[in-house]
Design a protein around this ligand. Structure first.
Ligand SMILES: [Fe+2]
Length: 191
């Protein structure tokens, strides 16, 4: 952009660059009656759950696309439904980090660096293996969420505790139930 643009110009200032104005892993001071330490701790735990939830969302979409077999349609639909709920959690977790003055993990490459969810093969696994992989990702997130909920609660961060308990844990447990029932080896027609 040239310097002859006047304030009245409608020309957008394109291709702008700037320094980082808040580093990842820091929190700003916000007047929300929570200590700096509590907000730092919550942001760190939330960002881990956020990164893992982004991976779970990705796993759900991947498996929604590559599902196969006699129950393809049912699984195709339910995996997409679960993906949508996980994507809502991603947004809620990220906005909780921002509410606490932190910086949410946003870029999927950043999330991939810090996630604890194992990377699946790029190809296609057998259906029960795909469902088991999703269940294991759920349990990993649930384990973290229980611990993080208890400890953020102890530090006085009731909002983060509530989010983890009433949204992350409840949603994860319900979705794990729906997945696990697909792994019961029961006859379809004759007992
Ligand atoms: Fe789709």
């Amino acid at each position: 952009m040239t310097t002859d643009a006047k304030p009245t110009s409608s020309q957008p200032w394109l291709h702008q660059k700037g320094p980082v104005i808040q580093e990842f892993g820091t929190v700003k001071q916000f007047p929300i009656a929570l200590s700096y330490e509590a907000r730092m701790y919550s942001c760190q735990r939330l960002n881990q759950v956020l990164a893992d939830t982004q991976m779970l969302y990705g796993l759900y979409k991947k498996h929604h696309w590559i599902m196969r077999g006699a129950t393809f349609y049912q699984l195709h639909l339910i995996l997409d439904k679960h993906a949508a709920a996980q994507l809502e959690l991603v947004d809620t977790l990220a906005e909780r980090v921002q509410t606490l003055g932190g910086v949410a993990v946003g870029d999927p490459r950043h999330a991939a660096e810090i996630t604890s969810i194992p990377r699946p093969p790029d190809g296609v696994e057998e259906v029960p293996a795909m469902l088991s992989r999703l269940l294991e990702a759920h349990e990993s997130i649930l384990t973290q969420a229980h611990d993080a909920a208890a400890r953020t609660g102890e530090l006085g961060d009731d909002g983060t505790n509530d989010l983890l308990v009433s949204q992350v844990i409840r949603t994860g447990e319900l979705q794990a139930w729906f997945l696990a029932e697909h792994l019961v080896d029961t006859p379809l027609v004759r007992a």
